[in-house]
Design a protein around this ligand. Structure first.
Ligand SMILES: Cc1cc2nc3c(=O)[nH]c(=O)nc-3n(C[C@H](O)[C@H](O)[C@H](O)COP(=O)(O)O)c2cc1C
Length: 199
């Protein structure tokens, strides 16, 4: 059964507001700043990890995070760009699940401005010559290379990419004690269409 339009609009507004707050959080983290991203591993098994939500555009139905082009998730997304993201606000009892298609943004013309605008300490991870998941004899071996002083601010830029996800489906769950609500929102013919689901 379709939600009535007002309910649906409210939920769509709430979802994007939560995501915007997550991406725009500065020192104060918002509940949706960290999301878990699931991909399909190269062997077909599920794979999941935490990322920082960096940019959200409701108009483009897009959420974005930063990652290392050498990471396992990028290899997985090159093979199958479908992914799903989940976050929750423990205080309000809201869970938001997003389903979409990832675009790996790695051309310097698209990544350079984002790199330049990023805080230096968030870029350290890209400067190590060790690709993520490289076996090391001890954690110290990776620290030594990661923390090597490098005066060149573009060092590591070649390892930096953005994952831009176009969201096609949203699953919203509200565990309000007054009554749980779950809605499925699908983007069709230029608009979000909602259906209530049993929680
Ligand atoms: C709080 C937190 C935030 C993280 N943010 C990111 C991120 O924004 N991008 C990223 O690639 N990895 C991030 N990571 C590391 C990933 O969870 C993951 O360990 C790493 O990217 C390797 O994943 P993969 O082997 O599946 O590619 C974060 C980890 C934590 C604990």
């Amino acid at each position: 059964m379709l939600c009535n339009a007002a309910d649906m609009d409210q939920i769509v507004d709430e979802v994007w507001a939560c995501l915007h707050a997550g991406a725009n959080a500065r020192k104060e983290r918002a509940p949706f700043t960290m999301l878990q991203v699931a991909t399909i591993a190269l062997d077909g098994a599920p794979a999941v990890r935490t990322v920082v939500l960096r940019r959200v555009s409701r108009e483009q139905r897009s959420v974005m995070f930063h990652t290392d082009v050498r990471s396992t998730k990028v290899a997985e997304l090159r093979r199958d760009p479908r992914l799903s993201l989940v976050g929750c606000d423990l205080d309000s009892g809201i869970q938001i699940r997003l389903h979409g298609i990832a675009r790996i943004v790695e051309t310097p013309s698209e990544t350079k401005a984002v790199w330049d605008a990023s805080r230096p300490r968030t870029l350290i991870v890209y400067r190590t010559p060790l690709a993520p998941a490289t076996p090391v004899a001890s954690p110290a071996e990776a620290h030594a290379t990661t923390h090597a002083k490098d005066p060149d601010s573009s060092a590591g830029f070649e390892n930096f990419c953005l994952i831009d996800v176009t969201v096609s489906r949203i699953d919203y769950l509200d565990l309000n004690p007054a009554g749980h609500r779950r809605a499925s929102l699908v983007f069709e013919e230029g608009e979000w269409r909602g259906t209530w689901l049993a929680p």
